[in-house]
Design a protein around this ligand. Structure first.
Ligand code: AP5
Length: 182
């Protein structure tokens, strides 16, 4: 069974929702850099203070900071994992590849969750997280298009990418993802 998975997709595509379900059913570590950063903000750590304003604007937190978090979580971990929201740009993807080579734990599959912008906006406006107002969502979408979308071709060239249509019910999407992974 596929054990080392990366979820790629725009804000609101359902990465976090589907990652929780898949990790529960396969016993994988769910590593969401967004959740980890929000945890730091909530705890008021120095790292959280640095990240808070950047996240509120819908921009990317520094690569160095995010890489330190991921390295710390993956290094001692035995077993499978799912990376959700990381990597976000080519610099992070290359640093991840270096780390995974060191750990002898290559990525097995990259799931691209695809959804129209109108539906993304609708879902996120319905959630109401601190960075879920229309102006910031539109900015997150443009940051995704400029910085994260180039990873689609990056992983496609490596033969790792599988695209999953991410409209419909949570259950229907979960079935599509499971089918794409097996
Ligand atoms: P992050 O937390 O990663 O947010 P995101 O990518 O913008 O994604 P979201 O959490 O908004 O959406 P999702 O795809 O996970 O969808 P979800 O399941 O929640 O990043 C936030 C910020 O942190 C970034 O802007 C950046 O500042 C920083 N950051 C994070 N990682 C970073 C990194 N690597 N480098 C630098 N900075 C980083 O679903 C969305 C909503 O839709 C929910 O309300 C959900 O209930 C609903 N929903 C889900 N599925 C369905 C469905 N099938 N039908 C109807 N509603 C649904």
């Amino acid at each position: 069974m596929t054990q080392r998975i990366l979820f790629l997709g725009p804000p609101g595509a359902g990465k976090g929702t589907q990652a929780q379900l898949l990790c529960a059913s396969r016993g994988l570590l769910h590593l969401s850099t967004g959740d980890l950063l929000r945890g730091e903000v909530k705890a008021g750590t120095a790292l959280g203070q640095e990240a808070e304003a950047v996240m509120a604007r819908g921009e990317l937190v520094s690569d160095q900071l995010v890489l330190a978090i991921v390295r710390g979580r993956l290094s001692g971990h035995q077993g499978g994992w799912l990376l959700d929201g990381f990597p976000r740009n080519l610099t992070q993807a290359e640093a991840l590849e270096t780390l995974l080579t060191e750990l002898a734990q290559p990525i097995e599959r990259v799931v691209l969750m695809e959804l129209d912008d109108d539906l993304l906006l609708q879902r996120l406006l319905g959630r109401g997280r601190a960075d879920d107002n229309e102006a910031v969502i539109r900015h997150r979408l443009s940051v995704y298009a400029e910085q994260t979308a180039p990873l689609i071709e990056h992983y496609n060239q490596q033969g790792l990418l599988v695209a999953v249509e991410s409209s419909g019910t949570v259950e229907a999407i979960a079935e599509r993802i499971s089918a794409a992974l097996d």
